[in-house]
Structures are given as structure tokens and as C-alpha cells.
Ligand binder design. Structure first.
Ligand SMILES: [Zn+2]
Ligand SMILES: [Zn+2]
Length: 256
């Protein structure tokens, strides 16, 4: 069996030294559990906007959609049940590729570097009593093997000196949100969430963690459930958000 004996170390070698960066394709020179090069991991930049809603922080190309208090139409109408939203970056470019690798490529080790980017939203200075991940329906979680929001929430919780509190359950599997209009998305997710541990959120300031914010419909439905269960304040923290100023592509398996 000389060939098998010679092949074995080569396979081990391949495990320790993954060949190319999964984002840019450059050969990886360092031993790492993350198959992405340093340059690509350092590339995502914070979302910058001159005009944004003071409540949901949606970025606008100009100040026209904002009223004198700085709120957008949806927040002015009271449609949004969350109190604030903070996102690290725009859902495009390298950040989008990293999120796809994490979720659909199931590269769990990206949770740590992506969680560190998410934790930068804590610089907004809010204080939290509970960190709640956006739940996945059990079927989707089972197929993926993990809930990406739960892994991301760990970094936020750690920095707040808290444990992750999986207080919310998805009681209804919702059709994918991609390709639906804003109002259809809101109908699609209405009633999809149930707080299974009201005692874990009652009277508390909750950080609701998700990977991507598209229209905010999913975050809004989950925030509504948390408010009904007695949460005092719900702040949504996401790694990325669709920046509608650039007419970003809404497809690609975004869940809401
Ligand atoms: Zn790279
Ligand atoms: Zn708003």
C-alpha cells in the first residue's frame, strides 16, 4: 500500500493549508481556520451616509424623505415596532460575499471575524439587558446546521457581559422574502414569531441580532413579538443592510 501511505500526509496538508481565498482567489499563505485571506477579511467598511433616518437608519440619497425630526415615512407612520436599527456595512461587495460563504457555504469559522464587525455597532452607545438572535425556522436551521444570527450574537453578548438569550421562536416557516414588495414582505412575516420565554425579555432593553436587514419587515415582525411580550426597548443590530441608494440587488436568498 505504498500509494495510500504517500497520499495520506498530502491530504492532511490540504486540510491545514486551504489552497485559495474563497473570496478573491489569492493563494492563502497563513494557517487559518478561515479560508479567506487577511485582505478580504479587512475589506468591509462601515456604511456611510449623509442622509439617514434617525430611527431605522435607512440611508437616503437626499433629505427629502425625512421629516423635521429626521424620521422616514415608515417610522413617522409608526409602522416600525423596533426603536432603532444599527448595521455595520452595506450588503454588497466583499461583505456580501463573506455573508454568503458563512450562511450558504456553511463556513462557521467566519462567525468570529463577522461577529467582530457586528460588535462595532455597539459603538452607538446603547445599553442592553438581553441579546436575542433572530430565530430560524427549525427546518431551515436543521438543514443549515446552525443559526447564523445566533453565532453572530455571541460576540455582541460577550462584549455586553451577557449570554445569548434565544427567547424567540419562528412558529411559521415563511416563504423566501426575495422578490417580494415591501408590503408583501410585511404580510409574509406577520405572526411568524412567538416569544417562548417572555420572562427573559419583560421590561428589558433587547438587542435583536440578525445578519442582513433588507426592508426591515422581518426585524419588525420579530420586534413586534418582543414588544408584545413586554420588552421595554428593541434595538436591531445587523451585520449588513441593503443600501437602497445604490438600487442594490434584492435577490440572492436574502431572508428579509
Ligand atoms: Zn482574499
Ligand atoms: Zn426610519
Amino acid at each position: 500500500m505504498p500509494s495510500a501511505a504517500l497520499k495520506f500526509p498530502a491530504e492532511i496538508f490540504a486540510l491545514v493549508f486551504p489552497d485559495d481565498c474563497r473570496v478573491c482567489g489569492a493563494p492563502l499563505k497563513e494557517i487559518s481556520r478561515v479560508p479567506v485571506c487577511r485582505k478580504c477579511l479587512a475589506e468591509p467598511a462601515p456604511l456611510e451616509a449623509e442622509h439617514f433616518c434617525v430611527c431605522c437608519r435607512t440611508a437616503f440619497a437626499n433629505a427629502f424623505p425625512l421629516d423635521e425630526t429626521g424620521r422616514c415615512g415608515l417610522c413617522r407612520l409608526g409602522v416600525n415596532r423596533f426603536d432603532a436599527v444599527y448595521s455595520f456595512g452595506a450588503y454588497d461587495g466583499t461583505l456580501r460575499k463573506l455573508i454568503h460563504l458563512f450562511k450558504y457555504g456553511r463556513i462557521r469559522t467566519l462567525a468570529a471575524p463577522l461577529g467582530r464587525l457586528l460588535a462595532l455597532t455597539l459603538a452607538a452607545g446603547e445599553t442592553f439587558d438581553a441579546v436575542v438572535p433572530m430565530p430560524l425556522h427549525w427546518w431551515r436551521r436543521w438543514r443549515r446546521g446552525f443559526n447564523q444570527s445566533e453565532l453572530l450574537a455571541r460576540e455582541v453578548a460577550r462584549r455586553c457581559g451577557l449570554e445569548v438569550t434565544p427567547a424567540v421562536r419562528r412558529v411559521r416557516a415563511t416563504a423566501t422574502q426575495a422578490g417580494l414588495s415591501n408590503s408583501r414582505r410585511r404580510k409574509n412575516v406577520a405572526g411568524a414569531f412567538e416569544v417562548r420565554r417572555p420572562d427573559a425579555v419583560r421590561g428589558l432593553r433587547v438587542a435583536l441580532v440578525d445578519d442582513v436587514l433588507t426592508t426591515g419587515a422581518t426585524a419588525n415582525a420579530c420586534a413586534a413579538a418582543l414588544k408584545r411580550a413586554g420588552a421595554r426597548r428593541v434595538t436591531v443590530l445587523t451585520l449588513a443592510r441593503v443600501d437602497r441608494r445604490s438600487a442594490a440587488d434584492l435577490s440572492g436568498g436574502v431572508s428579509g
